[in-house]
Design a protein around this ligand. Structure first.
Ligand code: SF4
Length: 387
């Protein structure tokens, strides 16, 4: 599940395309992938499966294997797939089924990911394949996250080509997002390694459900991570996501220890995770374990997938949650998916002045010099200069 859907529901398709400059999405219908400066266009195809041997498994008796990529640790019988639908036991080995077959390739504003403290105003080439290690009832991208790879329209793009095109399109970063990027780790690692060579940043927006060994591999190429902290109880994770909270918290602590820039989104869902006492507990945990300067996005829920009967989050609930987070000592707390709201902007926690003003996904004013508030010199966490 992503806190940002592939196409923002509050924009018309035309507005969205105008804003992004380019958009290629093969979720529900075949699209034409025509990177600029190339005469070669490619139609997305249904049924593409390109395999890659995964190093993240152990062999068990009887040809069974155990996937070690995420804490679910699926035991997979010969010919069967794991919970995420995109990793299969073939002849006693684990294969990724989505290597080089993204079903989404979009040039997005980086603010859409949503990274608010990474190269503001820049463009990011965003990539997703089918598959997810969770089954969130509120998933905004369930059409791909809960799909088998052969059921979506995908492109065939090598890591080298992806990065070349990102450079040609003017992207400053690659963002692995939308469904769950950890399930296409083998592809992500190779694209990331080429991206690093080309001077681009690597960003991930993830559920954070990944084991330490693959996370260590990822951190070697990663510059920034956005983790969805979907709630703050194991019950919530179990009942609404078919997941677990504890490994997600461990992932965030690991990322922080590795000095990877970290932002967090909490989707505030009416009656499910909007209790102020639990939110307060979460805010205090973030402050204690990750630091008061960790940017937090309190995002708005819209009725989706299996929670269509719930109302959208009242903005007043997001505002109350933001006030609570600020009173707990968090310094950068955003109101997500309410463009135009004051909480969409960045304020210096020291002098209180607005240092980044956003209009939708565009940057109006920015008053940050060399990573510091231009008014008072207070350091602002993030990646402000690159290349
Ligand atoms: S990555 Fe997929 S196959 Fe591997 S343990 Fe997680 S859900 Fe199972």
């Amino acid at each position: 599940m992503r806190s940002q859907s592939i196409a923002d529901s509050r924009m018309t398709k035309r507005e969205f395309l105008n804003l992004c400059g380019a958009s290629f999405c093969a979720v529900c219908a075949p699209g034409l992938l025509a990177f600029p400066q190339t005469s070669r266009a490619q139609m997305a195809k249904k049924g593409l499966i390109r395999t890659k041997l995964s190093p993240y498994f152990t062999s068990l008796d009887g040809g069974e294997i155990q996937c070690g990529l995420c804490p679910r640790r699926c035991r997979i019988s010969p010919g069967k797939r794991g919970f995420c639908r995109v990793r299969e036991n073939r002849d006693g080995k684990l294969y990724s089924l989505v290597y080089g077959n993204p079903c989404v390739i979009q040039l997005d504003p980086i603010e859409k990911e949503p990274f608010f403290h990474v190269l503001p105003g820049s463009k990011s080439l965003t990539i997703s394949t089918a598959g997810c290690s969770f089954q969130c009832k509120f998933c905004e991208n369930w059409e791909i996250s809960q799909a088998f790879p052969e059921d979506v329209y995908s492109y065939e793009v090598s890591p080298e080509t992806m990065v070349k095109r990102a450079v040609q399109m003017g992207a400053r970063s690659l963002a692995y997002t939308y469904a769950e990027p950890t399930v296409f780790l083998e592809y992500m690692l190779e694209v990331s390694s080429h991206a690093k060579g080309a001077g681009l940043l690597n960003l991930i927006h993830s559920n954070g459900f990944i084991n330490p060994a693959p996370l260590r591999d990822l951190c070697r190429v990663l510059d920034a991570a956005h983790i969805d902290l979907k709630g703050f109880s194991e019950t919530f994770y179990r009942e609404l996501c078919s997941g677990e909270l504890a490994p997600v918290l461990d992932t965030m602590k690991f990322l922080k220890a590795e000095h990877i820039h970290l932002e967090i989104t909490n989707l505030v869902i009416p009656s499910k995770n909007d209790g102020m006492a639990t939110l307060r507990e979460m805010f205090l945990w973030i402050k204690r374990e990750l630091g008061a300067d960790t940017p937090l996005h309190l995002s708005r829920f819209y009725p989706r997938h299996k929670l269509k009967k719930l109302p959208s989050t009242p903005i007043s609930t997001q505002e109350k949650a933001r006030e609570t987070a600020l009173s707990c000592g968090l310094q950068y707390v955003y109101i997500g998916k309410v463009p135009g709201h004051e909480g969409w902007n960045t304020f210096c926690p020291h002098c209180g002045k607005m240092i980044i003003q956003r209009t939708g996904y565009m940057i109006g004013e920015m008053h940050i010099d060399e990573g510091r508030c231009a008014y008072c010199g207070h350091p602002v966490p993030g990646i402000w200069e690159w290349g």
